[in-house]
Design a protein around this ligand. Structure first.
Ligand SMILES: [Zn+2]
Length: 640
């Protein structure tokens, strides 16, 4: 678990990682490739293994940037050692001549000797030894100790698992080393000291000057909420702006991401303008401007974002897609990033996919009692098609996932084909289409059917080919779930026929059609107000229609309705969360017969109404009357 948390996204936490991607990052030296092996190479954890590193490797690492190997050997340190006689004797030779092969050989010998002395000293004081100069230190862990502190203490952090770290130290008893250990312990780390030669510690400092360190320190993919302190400092989104401006880009991006999650945002938008960049959160389906950031801050954030999402940093003139994962309080958050070139720079949209998201049940989503009965039958089908329709952002996928979770039992085989996979569901085989590589919904569906599933979910029916395979599947003993972009439940039927699916296939295949939208749910800060005369007429008319469809319906005209107010908890929007409004069409024999007779949409609607189906608007108005949302919200989403 701890390993996974430490593992950066770019190093294989996701199945979608393209092995070729690191090449996209400029100036990546082979050390990046080595780094993951520090963790994978668990044996390095045992001190014996570390001690057996062959001395011939000593000269192999790339030349340290600012430290000369010979000066390291001339360090007065060996004088302090009892066995330093040989080193002293060889020194004049090293100093007299210009660098030559002999010098290099002598340097090698001196270094070997220094390591040998250190190893013996380590044994004496019963401390594990390490030649940290040849140890592949993972750049990810370097941010725990600043280069200044490391140099001051002559110490190098070289290994970390969870909250345990190992520190290579040249002088365990120096006050600087002791201070560093204390500091790390203060941050909650268990510190184990390993004795290392001054030369090898100095050699290891090279990691601090590497490009990947500079990049890696900005990629702390495990973010803990305590580090961000946003409970105190980010009580509302307005406070976020000052915070972001003051932070280095790594933390700024983390803070933005965590704040977006905290605010319940589904997307973060970065929209560059001529002199600044507007940051917006989509919360409950509606975009809110959070603040503007200076162009410079935006540029840093944009580079961070592209690096994290494994996009090509040097390419800014074509759209790119990427993805990264980070962990907050042990919740894995996937972020899907899309970059689009615009007049003033790249515009980014980050979709936040929270794997820890709790999928509500149908009642919590807001489905009415009548709709629930139909949906319950949908979960008990042995074959047939269940379609959820609506525009993008109408909650179709969530409804399908809730349905899948209900169907998901030990004895049911469920396979999905999605574009992309938004949430990972336990016990369900999920696959992703790849249109670019010719793996389309239709092709994928054919392959899936050979896997003998009971239930198949297809992300979307877009064309005749997919529609045909879907209909075939649902007529041959499979339950098929999918989505379609249509405005109403009955409108789905003529849509399928327009795509080219014959009525004789549509009629027997269809079981249930759900058309839906999401309206924002009023926050508890909302106030009750008198109903305006024109609102009164509208509500009364709608209630009358509902009673016509369902004579047993009991809902009286309320005296007052709720109005938007706004408080800190809802970021002064007046709304918190969303609720589904829907129309659920049970495709019974009467509907099927009408489809076979090529009935028009209006005829189909009459039959549906006779069978008790309320429209989305009516369902929404009932939610206004019960105080969950507003008339404006219902109209906002149903008039599209
Ligand atoms: Zn509120």
């Amino acid at each position: 678990m701890a390993d996974q948390q430490n593992q950066p996204v770019g190093q294989g936490t996701q199945s979608t990682v393209n092995p070729a991607t690191p090449a996209a990052v400029p100036n990546v030296t082979p050390v990046v490739v080595v780094a993951p092996e520090v963790k994978a190479g668990a044996p390095a954890n045992t001190d014996n293994t570390i001690a057996t590193v062959s001395p011939t490797i000593n000269n192999s690492p790339s030349q340290p940037v600012d430290i000369h190997p010979t000066s390291v050997v001339q360090n007065p340190e060996p004088k302090q050692n009892v066995n330093s006689g040989q080193v002293e004797a060889e020194k004049p030779a090293t100093e007299a001549a210009k660098p030559s092969d002999t010098d290099k050989a002598l340097t090698g010998i001196n270094r070997d000797l220094e390591e040998k002395i250190t190893m013996e000293k380590a044994q004496e004081i019963a401390m594990p030894y390490i030649n940290v100069g040849v140890f592949p230190v993972n750049p990810d862990i370097l941010h725990l100790v600043s280069p200044e502190d490391a140099k001051r203490a002559m110490a190098m952090l070289f290994y970390k698992v969870g909250k345990k770290v190992r520190l290579a130290v040249a002088d365990p008893n120096s006050p600087e080393t002791q201070a560093l250990v204390k500091d790390l312990e203060g941050k909650g780390y268990g510190v184990q000291m390993n004795l290392a030669s001054r030369a090898s510690v100095t050699e290891a400092f090279k990691f601090y000057t590497s490009d990947q360190y500079k990049l890696k320190t900005e990629i702390k993919n495990t973010v803990s909420e305590e580090e961000i302190h946003y409970e105190k400092e980010l009580e509302n989104l307005a406070a976020l702006k000052d915070k972001i401006a003051a932070l280095p880009s790594e933390e700024a991006l983390n803070t933005l991401n965590v704040s977006a999650i905290k605010a319940g945002a589904s997307d973060i938008h970065y929209q560059p303008e001529e002199t600044l960049c507007t940051v917006r959160f989509r919360i409950d389906g509606v975009l809110h401007t959070v603040f503007d950031i200076p162009k410079e801050t935006y540029t840093n954030l944009a580079n961070q974002l592209k690096y994290k999402a494994k996009m090509k940093l040097n390419i800014t003139n074509v759209p790119q897609d990427g993805r990264f994962r980070f962990i907050v309080n042990e919740r894995k958050i996937d972020v899907r990033v899309s970059a689009l070139p615009t007049e003033y720079g790249e515009s980014f949209v980050c979709r936040i996919l929270d794997s820890g998201k709790h999928f509500a049940n149908f009642e919590e989503l807001g489905f009415s009692k009548k709709s629930l009965e139909v949906l319950r039958r949908a979960t008990e089908l042995s074959q047939g098609m269940v379609l959820v329709t609506g525009p993008t952002g109408s909650g179709k996928t969530t409804t399908l996932y809730v349905l899948l979770n209900k169907i998901n039992t030990q004895d049911t085989k469920i396979i999905t084909l999605e574009d992309p996979i938004e949430y990972h569901l336990t016990g369900i085989t999920q696959s992703q289409v790849n249109e670019k590589r010719g793996y389309t919904f239709a092709d994928g569906l054919r392959s899936i059917l050979r896997q003998d599933p009971d239930v198949v979910m297809i992300g979307e029916i877009r064309d005749l080919e997919t529609a045909e395979v879907c209909a075939q599947a649902s007529l041959t003993g499979h339950v098929l779930l999918s989505t379609l972009h249509t405005n109403s439940a009955v409108g789905t039927i003529p849509r399928l026929i327009n795509i080219g699916l014959p009525a004789f296939m549509v009629a027997p295949a269809l079981s249930v059609i759900v058309a839906q939208r999401l309206v924002r749910r009023l926050c508890t800060c909302s106030e009750e107000v008198e109903i305006k005369p024109e609102e009164k007429i509208y509500l009364e008319t709608t209630l009358a229609k509902i009673k016509e469809v369902d004579p047993a319906f009991e809902a009286a005209m309320p005296a007052k309705i709720k109005k938007v107010k706004g408080c800190e908890a809802c970021n002064f929007t007046g709304f918190r969360g969303q609720i589904t409004i829907s129309e659920v069409l049970d495709c019974n024999d009467e509907i099927k017969n009408a489809v076979l007779k090529n009935a028009s949409s209006s005829d189909l609607l009459l039959i549906a109404r006779k069978n008790g189906m309320l429209t989305m608007e009516e369902d929404g108005i009932l939610k206004v009357i019960e105080g969950s949302t507003t008339i404006d919200e219902v109209h906002r989403v149903t008039n599209t």
